[in-house]
Design a protein around this ligand. Structure first.
Ligand SMILES: Cc1cc2nc3c(=O)[nH]c(=O)nc-3n(C[C@H](O)[C@H](O)[C@H](O)COP(=O)(O)O)c2cc1C
Length: 353
């Protein structure tokens, strides 16, 4: 098994083990995908990735991180999203989309703007929701606690978004349960102080993710893969940690999740991250050792590094984010470095050698 070995998950065959990690572009109006999204995702399919995943797409408008997030909360979004899926597919990659809800981290300014919450006068919204009324950190809104009826609504919004993803031609959906967004907020005792059946014990804190996954599996066809991205640790004592991640991954796998995408952090504003090359790979390795197919992500930039992660069995797939922004053709270049002969887009054939 190596970086350029194909991988079949359910009935989807990936041409290699390189995936484009979901990356918010903060370039939408009213949730609509644009030409930017088509070119951005399309060029990475042309560049040779096996899987191209669209950024966190909000399942409800109030679940956007910023007012400019991509959305999938209404049927009108499907047409533009389907154009992107079709192009990705035509160019040999599998089209995937991440479904998200920002919870208490919603209604914020884009990363390149001065930080802070966006006022209603500029398209923000003042009511953000979460398991408990605890702000993420300075500058963030204090969320309102979701009622049980509202939690039902969130679960249904994820299911409706999955149906739209299917209608738009996506082959893989990923539930965003990482980076301190809504589902992660329920998992972590740092952000979840509820006293009802959604808070307290491990079983209660994981109830929402199980309920969302169960509904997703009801509406998402049996022949198509479902991924879940987890933050494998909060990096603070008393927070979500790797032991809980491994336990949850096993439960989710038994419930029909095909792959756990192993990221970390994002739920504690003062947490310290041990950032360095491959720093999250041990999480993917631990999940895979527990019998659950996994994705490694985070500071994977070199062809040999990516290949070693696969050949040594630490993960089934690697996801690259920033390196694929620097070089959309990274997979084509990596094949050359590794001495693997892969097909280039026919239009580019004369540039191959
Ligand atoms: C511009 C940008 C936007 C991102 N948006 C998302 C997102 O929508 N969903 C997500 O799960 N992670 C998101 N991430 C995190 C990446 O998917 C990835 O996990 C992280 O950047 C580490 O990988 P890297 O070192 O290869 O960049 C984003 C990262 C960047 C740089």
């Amino acid at each position: 098994m190596s970086l350029f070995s194909p991988l079949t998950i359910r009935e989807v065959q990936l041409r290699n083990r390189i995936a484009v990690s979901p990356m918010c572009q903060y370039s939408s109006e009213d949730g609509f995908a644009t030409d930017w999204h088509l070119v951005n995702m399309g060029s990475r399919a042309v560049g040779g990735a096996g899987l191209v995943m669209l950024e966190a797409s909000a399942v409800v408008p109030e679940g956007r991180i910023s007012p400019q997030d991509l959305g999938i909360w209404k049927d009108e979004h499907i047409a533009e999203l389907s154009r992107i899926a079709r192009f990705i597919k035509e160019n040999g990659a599998s089209p995937a989309i991440q479904l998200g809800h920002a919870g208490r981290k919603a209604s914020m300014r884009r990363p390149w703007e001065p930080s802070g919450a966006v006022p209603e006068s500029e398209g923000g919204w003042s009511r953000v929701v979460a398991p408990s009324p605890i702000a993420f950190g300075p500058g963030y809104l204090v969320p309102e606690e979701l009622s049980q009826a509202e939690i039902e609504g969130v679960i249904e919004a994820f299911a409706a978004a999955a149906k739209r993803s299917l209608d738009a031609g996506y082959e893989i959906i990923e539930l965003h349960a990482a980076h301190g967004y809504l589902v992660h907020q329920f998992l972590s005792p740092i952000s979840n102080h509820r006293t009802d059946e959604y808070g307290g014990s491990y079983e209660n804190r994981t109830r929402l993710v199980h309920q969302v996954v169960a509904r997703l599996r009801e509406v998402w066809p049996d022949n198509l893969p479902l991924f879940v991205r987890l933050s494998c640790t909060d990096y603070v004592d008393g927070g979500w940690d790797l032991d809980q991640t491994v336990q949850l991954s096993k439960e989710l796998h038994a419930a029909g999740v095909d792959v756990v995408d192993c990221s970390s952090g994002g739920n504690v504003s003062h947490a310290k991250y041990p950032i360095g090359p491959s720093y999250q790979v041990p999480f993917a390795e631990a999940v895979r050792q527990a019998g659950v197919p996994s994705v490694a992500v985070g500071l994977i930039t070199e062809p040999q590094q990516a290949n070693e992660i696969i050949t040594s069995g630490k993960a089934d797939l690697v996801m690259l984010a920033r390196e694929l922004l620097r070089d959309p053709y990274w997979p084509l270049h990596a094949a050359k470095v590794l001495g693997v002969d892969i097909e280039w887009p026919i239009q580019y054939a004369r540039a191959k050698n």
